[in-house]
Design a protein around this ligand. Structure first.
Ligand code: SAM
Length: 327
């Protein structure tokens, strides 16, 4: 297993299989850009997975764009399963799950995150630019029927847009028998003062405190090193997590992830666009395993915690940061 210069093992890979999406979420951070105009073929993705696996990766997450906009996505999952014995998961907007859920499960997909940012038609449309809430609910049910487990709903909390829906979403998740993950709206250091971020960002700490008060049990999510709260609702028990990457050095300290952009660049950190290494070019040139491993090592060398204990851009940022770490 390979560790970076900060002692963090790299055991998981997040692969962006495309940049195309049928939703237009206004807050979406596109996960990376690149130099090739073509996307990776299933065979090329398999080769990159194989290299990662040989270097200690044993869990893969597919993302996009929208991964289910690729009609070869089932083949990609099947090829990945040949190498990975650990978790294979996917983040999707759920729209195409009625078509793909069963095939994905059969190909080897273990778990799934379905973005579901509102349970009110109007705000769903405001956030995603589409009137597809019912279709996504159908997708959640299809994943359930296919036996994909766990299913997690990703809900980015947005000020005055959906922050009043938290309890209802917890109730709904218990009813559907799925987990829910409240995600803090994140941005880069440079965009902290942007109009959108200032307008919609919500500090999740007070919300998490409320949930802790009503939790009957606290479990530990080993994969992500964070608590999961079991909460009693009118529909039975719900399973709730909080994802708070913003200015959270603990989040970065426990990061085990290397990313691959849709154009085959290794990306050491979600928040940075300045330290890619091009592994696809090497794969396409048919270069040796040794050469590919060197490229991979170079990318791991580029990993640095983005949010650090001593991050201090301005007094205001530092105060917020301390708030995050002091609970
Ligand atoms: N299209 C897929 C989907 O909708 O899930 C996969 C790609 S999307 C970028 C992956 C996840 O990142 C989604 O749950 C999305 O809500 C989340 N995300 C995107 N931009 C974000 C941001 N600025 N802050 C927090 N989460 C974000």
């Amino acid at each position: 297993m390979i560790t970076d210069d900060y002692g963090r093992p790299v055991t998981s890979m997040r692969i962006q299989v495309n940049t195309t999406c049928n939703f237009k979420c206004f807050f979406c951070h596109m996960e990376g850009t690149g130099v090739h105009s073509e996307k990776m073929t299933p065979g090329e993705i398999e080769r990159i997975v194989e290299i990662g696996h040989n270097m200690g990766v044993n869990s893969i997450k597919f993302t996009g764009g929208e991964p289910l906009m690729r009609n070869d996505i089932v083949d990609i999952v099947r090829r990945t399963r040949k190498h990975i014995t650990g978790d294979i998961s996917m983040t999707t907007n759920g729209f195409m799950l009625p078509v793909y859920a069963e095939k994905l499960k059969e190909a080897g997909l273990d778990r799934i995150n379905i973005s579901f940012h509102s349970l009110e038609r109007e705000s769903f449309q405001f956030i995603t630019g589409t009137d597809s809430m019912d279709k996504v609910i159908e997708g959640i049910k299809a994943a359930k029927t296919a036996g994909i487990d766990p299913i997690k709903l990703n809900f980015v909390v947005l000020k005055e847009v959906n922050e009043d829906q938290i309890q209802r979403l917890v109730n709904l998740s218990a009813l559907l028998g799925v987990r829910v993950q409240f995600i803090e709206y994140e941005t880069t250091r440079e965009n902290i003062n942007s109009e959108d971020f200032q307008k919609y960002h919500v500090d999740l700490n007070p919300i998490e405190k409320e949930v802790i008060r009503s939790a009957v049990e606290v479990k530990h999510n080993i994969l992500h090193n964070r608590p999961r709260y079991i909460v009693e609702t009118e529909n039975g028990y719900a399973d709730v997590e909080f994802v708070k990457p913003m200015m959270n050095s603990d989040f970065c300290n426990h990061c085990t992830r290397i990313r691959v952009t849709s154009t085959g660049l290794l990306k050491p950190c979600l928040m940075r666009n300045d330290n890619y290494t091009d592994i696809l070019r090497e794969v396409r040139n048919g270069n040796s395993e040794e050469r590919l491993i060197n490229i991979y090592r170079k990318a791991v060398k580029g990993r640095e915690p983005y949010w650090r204990e001593n991050y201090e851009d301005s007094g205001e940022v530092l105060r917020t940061f301390q708030g995050y770490n002091g609970n």
